[in-house]
Design a protein around this ligand. Structure first.
Ligand code: NAG
Ligand code: NAG
Length: 158
């Protein structure tokens, strides 16, 4: 199918150009747990003293297995974001995780991730995903399928 070949091509191009776009050096430390009480602003939070680091700094009982309520949202989606604000041990590592619950025909409004790419999978239902470009090429993603995303995932029927 022409449309799926094109999608694969886009994904491969993204991988090929990765090094040119992502120029951040590798982290110099295995961890730099966020000291959110520091008033010093750097690229991320200042590192907490390693002697004060606790197992809890890398843990969150997020209950990501539990469905979220999508009725109160005007756009029909509920984003549960797990980032450095919730797990201080993620600081400087450039990684986070989100659970998104969609109501039928709900959407995650257009947004960008400067210098960041996400990869998503569908656990239940069908999701219409794509890039925001002048030549849109979108795709329905089914349960268990994975897509690299940079833009605007829209939820459709569970
Ligand atoms: C800062 O960290 C402390 C201890 O981990 C936590 O209780 C507090 O909620 C955090 N504050 C913010 C603004 O993230
Ligand atoms: C997201 O879901 C939680 C848990 O069901 C709920 O408490 C919260 O109000 C919802 N938030 C939004 C913005 O829909």
């Amino acid at each position: 199918m022409a449309s799926s070949s094109y999608f694969l091509l886009v994904a491969l191009f993204a991988l090929a150009s990765w090094k040119a776009i992502a120029s951040d050096p590798s982290p110099l430390q295995d961890y730099c747990v966020a000291d959110n009480s520091s008033r010093v602003l750097v690229n991320g939070f200042v590192c907490k003293n390693p002697m004060d680091v606790k197992a809890e700094d890398f843990f969150l009982a997020a209950k990501l297995d539990m469905p979220r309520d999508t009725k109160v949202s005007k756009v029909g989606s509920n984003v549960t974001l797990i980032n450095v604000m919730r797990i201080p041990g993620l600081n400087t590592l450039g990684i986070s995780l989100a659970r998104i619950d969609y109501a039928p025909l709900g959407e995650n409004p257009p947004h960008t991730h400067p210098r960041a790419t996400e990869i998503l999978t569908v656990l239940e239902g069908t999701l219409y995903v794509g890039f925001v470009t002048s030549n849109p090429e979108n795709k329905f993603l089914s349960k268990g399928e994975v897509a690299r995303e940079r833009g605007w995932p829209v939820g459709l029927a569970r």
